[in-house]
Write a protein of this length. Structure first.
Length: 213
């Protein structure tokens, strides 16, 4: 059975290109929308398996539309699509309920794999996270063998909570009264402990293990 897909993107050429790519795989595009409002109207009468969601759209952006889906149609899984590798937007989309984050420059094979992954397993990960983190994401709490050896200082816990906000790295350093070099050192140490590569990886871990609200 083909995976039913909805696409929300305000750029018609990009939307049509994504449709072509998606339908080359084992997928069927049943909804296409130019903004969040248009998408929600269509979702009131149909339920795709996966939504490919642009972030920056007029009328209603992807973050607001993802929150609506999470509250009203939680069985629909959202994959965020963006032209920019922007940590803040990634964090906003993950908090809103997105199950994956891909750049629009991603290869078609990766997009199709992401659709299959979120449909079958609930999430898709690329270079963002490691195998260790995937285990924590697939459960609501740490498995014992994953948790062994992972501990944080009080400063690191505070730092992690700030990382999960929309504050920039400089703003975090300022509010914690440390130098940017010190905060960067904390970030690197935490990434090493979790075996992740980016701030977003830390945020994913934190969200799935109730370190932040």
């Amino acid at each position: 059975m083909k995976i039913k897909v909805a696409i929300a993107d305000d750029h018609d050429l990009i939307r049509q290109g994504i449709i072509k790519l998606v339908e080359e795989g084992d997928c069927e595009v049943i909804v296409q929308a130019s903004n969040g409002e248009d998408l929600i109207k269509q979702l009131e009468s149909t339920s795709p398996d996966v939504v490919l969601m642009d972030i920056n759209m007029p009328a209603m952006n992807g973050i607001e539309a993802t929150k609506w889906i999470e509250s009203n149609k939680p069985d629909i899984k959202v994959i965020a699509l963006s032209a920019l590798d922007d940590d803040i937007n990634v964090i906003r989309m993950l908090k809103a309920g997105a199950r994956a984050y891909l750049l629009k420059s991603s290869q078609s094979a990766q997009l199709l794999q992401a659709i299959r992954d979120v449909q079958q397993h609930g999430y898709h990960f690329s270079d963002l996270v490691s195998g260790k983190l995937i285990k924590t994401i697939h459960t609501n709490q740490l498995e014992e063998n994953v948790a062994v050896g992972i501990s944080f200082s009080d400063q690191e816990v505070t730092f992690i909570k700030y990382l999960c906000t929309e504050m920039t790295n400089k703003e975090i350093a300022d509010v914690m009264c440390v130098s940017p070099r010190t905060s960067e050192g904390w970030r690197k140490n935490i990434c090493d402990k979790l075996n992740v590569k980016t701030r977003v990886g830390i945020v994913l871990y934190s969200m799935r293990n109730n370190l932040v609200e």
